[in-house]
Design a protein around this ligand. Sequence first.
Ligand SMILES: [Zn+2]
Length: 412
Amino acid sequence: MPEILQPQRTIAELKELRTLTGNADGAQRVAFTPVWEKSRAWLRNKLSELPVEVDQDEAGNLWATLAGESEQAILIGGHIDSVPNGGWLDGCLGVMAGLEVLRRFAAAGKPRFTIKLVDWCDEEGARFGRSLFGSSAVSGALDIESVRNLTDCNGDRLEEVVKRCGIELSKVSESQSRMQNVAAYAELHIEQGPVLERMNLAMGAVQGTFGVERHTIIFTGQAAHSGSTPMAYRRDALAGVSRLHLAIREIAVKHGGVCTVGSVKTKPGIVTAIVGEAEMTLDQRHLSADSLAAMYHESKEVSYAIAKEEKIEVDWKALWQIQPFPFHPDLIELADQSIVEICGQSHKLPSGPLHDAAEVCRTGVPTIMLFVQSLYGISHNKIEDTREEHLIASVQVLDRLVQKIAEWLRNR
Ligand SMILES: [Zn+2]
């Protein structure tokens, strides 16, 4: 196979895209906007130089297909859309690295397996608050009625906005047929967190995406005068929140997950009154469904025990839940090997953020992600960055991984 992979070209193209679709505040490729459409026209233009078939599915995902001897396909994915004032790598690195891999395969003649590249539609959900629009349509998880009337900050309805981009909401489920011949899925993404940088590693193999339990917890006590009520007679709702917050941190460490209390509100919320009602939010995440369930149940039990001791009441309200999506064990090993071969050292880590890969995984297709180090662990911000040598390695690793997946499929 001729060695024509040019990772330097990927970097040059990412910079070209940044100039074309960004400004002083960062990337502006918000889905369903003219800038997003401009970035996709730019991508289509690049694809037109390759012997690939390009088309958009019913959910607005853009597909490029390099036909192989077998209809069975290896799918490479990413998303060219960004948050407002976003970074120059989030999502589009996966697309542009995928394009470079596609080029290398195309130059080597007809591949054994079909190679596909997908640019998922509206991964970020920045405009309407519904992330993973295109990939969840393909997986069948998108509930059309729940998104139809979502509005953006101008009051424009999702249904009408997507229609202008050629998407008929009633037809998005037809995009599910796209997964029929997909035998494996690979996605390269920046880590968006501090783990690889702290370990001084270029890349990591992703074990899966965290499951999430998100709840509001309300403690109710008795608001009373801060001067006239002796300590022994108080029913302090905030004591429930304070004690539970500290207990939850220990529960997270014990189970190897993450738990966050992101918001606390108190009533009456004045300096001279004992808190009568305290509301806290809880976000719990874990790669294992059992451990996630254990963290949730233990937190709940602890909250009841605390409420009893403090003579207050506690009530839980579910906000949102999603199951963990563990990636394919064989593909995790192949990703790990590919990273070791190119970078010398690898690390296996879970993904805290959700990605389109989770929706692909939901369909039962063997799925894997590669993370490349993020400088300062920062993303969704114009300062988002990755060292150039790490970007080059990431394109090489993705290419190596896709080759290994092809070997793996042949031997299955
Ligand atoms: Zn992303």
